[in-house]
Write a protein that binds this ligand. Structure first.
Ligand code: NAD
Length: 427
């Protein structure tokens, strides 16, 4: 069905596809309360964070639709009286998007919006933990005018994913864990079609000794570590602090974490809701126990909350080191390790000591000092005095175990196309 319908979709003028996706964005705004309620019910994120996510997706759609004519249109590279050299960006055909549950609107938008804009048909597999959101996305895309046969949803978990891997698609775009990404990449390699993997991270953040407002830095970086319960691919996962500001920073950081309200995600003012599944609660407890057995000290939190629901106390650990899983493997939860360092050199060595490479952050008053450090860390994104942030205008891409390929930006618009070169000589 998708294969049969795709050529007609690709023949629509780009302007028409842009208008349909703009309409989709309007529909997201019109239905935001219902969509946020469904998302919160499925994944447990506080209602306001669900609204923020839908609005974040709308901002990305705005950028992608605004920029589509510039990056998907024909490009003339040179022309003289005799010869013109031109690039046209053709759609791949039917692409398969296997997606994650933690930000279904955002990570979905990164893939199916530019894929549809470029003239592809899409098979979208939401995570089994955000199925209802996946179905809402389908409903609103169709309401906006995407033809029925151009966007389809595959409902289910791993088993359904496996079927998609053995089906004939023209490209695979995966968002999820390193383990699954590596498996998918190996599995689809013989097909010789494009495959992109946006995977997890163990993103480091360094606080230098020249920061001026320690309380503000502590609050901002704590949010970077704990927003969405730490279940963000680019959540801050490990923090290194210059010894000169370490004590003051840790004190302010813990104060901030202790100020948050934990509770039902539908209640106003709640910042920490439940985790999405039981296995994650156990996983975090294991990481914390392992760290404690090697000398880590818990300053706040450290365990699940008794009673109903998968609630976990936001946890801050110090006395940590790189022999501990908590500083090496993605936690993907409300847990952070903070380590004291003697200066920039030690911080750089520790930031680099990872198999992942999604983002890295430096807080300092000195831009050059920060960007010199960031240049040495092999990550797709560098942040100066900010963190846990994604911009539609910039490529979103990982390195190493964080994956490869890019979404968003000009690179992400063109990721769903194949360039065709035309050498046009006048007879
Ligand atoms: P996951 O790897 O468990 O699942 C992702 C998707 O893969 C789901 O739809 C799942 O059903 C499917 N899947 C699982 N096994 C499969 C198989 N054998 N064959 C085919 N499909 C299969 O990941 P998750 O728990 O949904 O998401 C969390 C992870 O995603 C974290 O590691 C997070 O950092 C990462 N993530 C990365 C980004 C990014 O942009 N880099 C964004 C969001 C999440």
């Amino acid at each position: 069905q998708l294969k049969a319908a795709q050529p007609a979709w690709a023949k629509f003028p780009l302007e028409r596809r842009i208008n349909i996706l703009k309409r989709f964005s309007e529909l997201l705004a019109e239905h935001i309360e219902q969509l946020a309620a469904i998302l919160t019910a499925e994944v447990g994120k506080p209602l306001q964070q669900s609204r923020n996510e839908v609005n974040g997706a709308r901002a990305r759609i705005q950028w992608l639709t605004d920029q589509a004519p510039r990056y998907l249109g024909e490009e003339e590279m040179s022309r003289d009286e005799k010869m013109a050299e031109v690039i046209r960006y053709e759609p791949l055909g039917v692409v398969c998007n296997i997606s994650a549950w933690n930000y279904p609107y955002l990570v979905g938008t990164n893939v199916f919006v530019p894929a549809l804009l470029a003239g592809n048909a899409v098979m979208y597999k939401p995570s089994e933990y955000s199925t209802l959101t996946g179905l809402q996305i389908e409903r609103l895309l169709k309401l906006a005018g995407v033809p029925d046969e151009v966007f389809q949803v595959a409902i289910g978990g791993k088993e359904v994913g496996e079927i998609l891997l053995t089906t004939d698609f023209d490209g695979y775009y995966f968002t999820g864990s390193y383990k699954t990404g590596q498996y998918i990449y190996e599995k689809v390699a013989p097909k010789m079609v494009p495959c992109q993997c946006e995977l997890g991270g163990k993103d480091p953040l360094y606080v230098a000794d020249d920061i001026s407002d320690i309380a503000a830095v502590a609050a901002g970086t704590a949010d970077g570590a704990f927003y969405n319960n730490g279940q963000s691919c680019c959540a801050v996962e490990r923090i290194y602090v210059h010894e000169k500001v370490y004590d003051a920073y840790v004190k302010e950081f813990v104060k901030e974490v202790k100020s948050w309200k934990l509770g039902l995600p539908t209640e106003a003012g709640v910042y920490i809701g439940p985790l999405s599944r039981a296995s994650q609660v156990q996983f975090l407890e294991n990481q914390i126990d392992e760290a404690k057995s090697k000398g880590a000290v818990v300053l706040t939190g450290g365990k699940r909350v008794a009673g109903k629901g998968y609630f976990f106390e936001p946890t801050v650990l110090v006395n940590v080191n790189h022999q501990m899983e908590i500083m090496r493997e993605e936690s993907f939860g409300p847990v952070i390790g903070i380590m004291k360092v003697s200066g920039d050199e030690e911080a750089i060595q520790l930031m680099k000591d990872t198999a992942y490479g999604l983002t890295a952050a430096v807080y300092s008053r000195d831009e050059k000092r920060a960007t010199d450090i960031l240049a040495q860390v092999d990550a797709g994104t560098g942040y100066w005095n900010c963190c846990d942030r994604v911009s539609a205008a910039l490529p979103w891409s990982g390195r190493g175990h964080s994956g490869f390929g890019a979404t968003l930006s000009h690179a992400g618009l063109r990721a769903f196309t194949k360039p065709k070169s035309y050498h046009l000589r006048k007879a």
